[in-house]
Design a protein around this ligand. Structure first.
Ligand code: RM4
Ligand code: MN
Ligand code: MN
Length: 403
């Protein structure tokens, strides 16, 4: 397809407005429930994660924020304002705050849905701390994902758990500052295997509505059953003005956290198509956060992140090729074949030159992955972090001499 200047303009505007948040946890060693494959260049601490995110932002020019996972990134007594300053040193800011309500032993039967008030209170304290961290780091979003659920029929009352959750969520909402928003993430199963307390978008939507004006739904692309039409969910949430944002990743089976578009790039294209269609019809771009939520067990972390960012840009650019006025005409005439052809045509158009030109215009390398490989960043990180790991292992040995 020959790209017109109107299309070029739309692609440029789309890229200018696409900002993607990086997850701190995507730079550290993470694994599966069977084990971890360690990478010598993987981030050890929050400073490393922020430095790696800074590298991705420098190379792509579109990732100014880093999501943090409270328990994994903040130690007891850490000063959030100092962390925010540390992020700035690396050219990034603190993005969404992710409370951790699944790791402590107390959460075996749930957190905000737990039958015991004392456990719910503990979970609430952690959420309130997270809201405060958000305020101190001047971050806008608190994202809530609950591992709550049951493994066996009859284990607990599904309705009683819903009521406990609604009560906690309403209280949390009252603690948000005016600029803050809270996102409710859903997931059909895992770690719970019989029922999950927030299992789908309808439950997130109901809970968010019950909380108040500052609650939104978070769509993690990996958190659906195989046959589910994710772009339809996105279209509905946009129309209901309650879509908070995304956790981007891809999967072949369950919540695999693979790099975006690795398995089904056309699905990501269709999601961007729905977003841009909404922006066209309503005359304004929705205020949604594009966040990555991936776990890089095998790929080098920074390269995996770059790949996802570049894929998101490419697929958003392809969706911007679609002319929504033409689509409206085709739909009015019920020309199904031509309407679908327009989408396919956009999807299969090579936007590499447009992306390259956009990057060059911003002083960026045309290929951020190649630029990263040439930069030597990974070699330096590998050497320096390996040394730090050795030093901390020998310090630990000195404290605990072998028996
Ligand atoms: C969950 C969910 C959350 C993430 C945790 C670690 O499956 O996707 O967003 O914070 O994993
Ligand atoms: Mn997620
Ligand atoms: Mn997940």
């Amino acid at each position: 397809m020959k790209i017109s200047s109107a299309q070029e303009g739309r692609v440029r505007a789309t890229l200018d407005n696409l900002s993607i948040e990086l997850p701190s946890w995507g730079f550290a060693d993470t694994g599966t429930r069977f084990g971890k494959y360690l990478q010598p260049a993987a981030a050890i601490d929050l400073n490393d994660k922020l430095a790696d995110a800074g590298q991705v932002n420098r190379l792509t020019g579109c990732c100014p924020r880093v999501a943090v996972h409270v328990l994994w990134d903040f130690g007891e007594g850490d000063d959030p304002a100092a962390v925010a300053a540390q992020a700035e040193n690396h050219g990034v800011r603190i993005g969404s705050i992710n409370p951790n309500l699944f790791q402590d032993q107390e959460y075996k039967s749930g957190s905000l849905c737990h039958p015991e008030a004392s456990v719910r209170e503990r979970a609430m304290r952690h959420c309130l701390d997270s809201i405060r961290i958000g305020q101190a780091t001047r971050s806008r979003v608190v994202t809530l994902w609950l591992a709550d659920g049951t493994n066996y029929p009859g284990q607990d009352s599904i309705r009683a758990r819903k009521h406990r959750l609604q009560e906690c969520l309403r209280e949390l909402h009252g603690h948000l500052s005016p600029g803050q928003v809270i996102f409710l993430e859903y997931k059909p199963f895992e770690p719970a295997f019989y029922h999950t307390d927030i299992a789908d978008w309808g439950m997130s939507l109901t809970l968010a509505r019950g909380m108040g004006e500052q609650a939104r739904v978070l769509v993690d692309t990996g958190h659906h059953y195989q046959a589910q039409n994710i772009e339809q969910i996105v279209a509905w949430l946009l129309d209901e003005e309650i879509l908070g944002g995304f956790h981007f990743n891809d999967r072949r089976y369950a919540d695999d956290d693979l790099t975006l578009g690795a398995i089904d790039p056309y699905q990501v294209f269709r999601i961007f198509y729905e977003i841009q269609s909404y922006a066209h019809d309503s005359g304004r771009a929705p205020e949604i956060e594009f966040m990555i939520d991936q776990s890089h067990n095998l790929k080098p972390k920074i390269e995996a992140m770059l790949q996802t960012v570049m894929t998101a840009q490419e697929l958003a650019a392809k969706a911007a090729l679609v002319d929504f006025d033409v689509m409206a005409g085709l739909q009015a005439r019920q020309d199904i074949v031509e309407a679908e052809r327009r989408l396919k045509e956009a999807f299969f158009t090579d936007v590499g030159d447009l992306l390259g030109a956009w990057r060059t215009g911003r002083g960026l390398a045309v290929d951020p992955i190649a630029a990263h490989r040439e930069s030597g960043y990974a070699d330096t990180a590998r050497a320096e972090r390996s040394e730090r790991r050795r030093a901390s292992a020998s310090r630990a040995e000195a404290v605990m001499p072998e028996q």
